[in-house]
Design a protein around this ligand. Sequence first.
Ligand SMILES: Nc1nc2c(c(=O)[nH]1)N[C@H]1C(S)=C(S)[C@@H](COP(=O)(O)O)O[C@H]1N2
Ligand SMILES: [Mo]
Length: 241
Amino acid sequence: MNSGQPEQEGRPIGRRVLLGTLGLGALGVVAAPTLQRGLESFLGSAADKDPTGLTGLLPNGGGFRYYSVAASVPHKNATTYRLTVDGLVDRPRTYTLPELRALPQTRLVRDVQCVTGWRVPDTPFEGVRLSRLLDAAGVRPTAKAIRFTCFDGTYSESLTLDQARRADVLVALRMRDEDLSHAHGGPVRLYVAPMYFYKSAKWLSGITVTEDVEPGYWEERGYDIDAWVGRSNGRDDEPTS
Ligand SMILES: Nc1nc2c(c(=O)[nH]1)N[C@H]1C(S)=C(S)[C@@H](COP(=O)(O)O)O[C@H]1N2
Ligand SMILES: [Mo]
């Protein structure tokens, strides 16, 4: 199925789009919680099942925007999804979704911050610590970095091994206490809590342990490789809450 016309990144958000976001955000503040939830699930299902060009211009529920650099992304589910861990490891392995769900899960509640300026406060993500998968694979002494690949066939990301081993870096299966939707990179995405959201690769399919950092998709196009929120890219002046 086609995944619609998500928004592109790489340049500042246009004024019209930004006003649209603020407008709906203001509605969320005055709306009753049930109405807000209804609106979010409407937008979520619109993005998932019957996307229109308009979907890309609306925040994808609760202030989220929906980004993809690929025009269409295949849908994967509990039967078809696979995550491969390979590269400089002693025990390469492929996980199914049920296998990832059976591992201990960690829940984090942090602000999501895109480098283009939008932020979603206090967003719960839940999944398996990346460090757990790396330990299970047995990282070899020469390794210094990780390369992430995605089943959209296009996007990639990177972390140093030290960054990847942080306790706030997850292979995420759930967001906002629901299974990750296709629009948000489900069934499995990376979640790098302390960094700008472009590090959080959606539709994660490969974790390859490497000798050196290989710049990811946006990093080849000028984004900082070390994307600490507030300490890089020079675009985040506001304090995080
Ligand atoms: N596979 C993939 N992952 C991706 C992206 C993408 O285009 N493709 N965009 C990144 C950027 S720039 C942001 S801000 C977030 C957006 O996540 P969302 O669509 O769930 O809001 O995903 C990141 N991960
Ligand atoms: Mo982003």
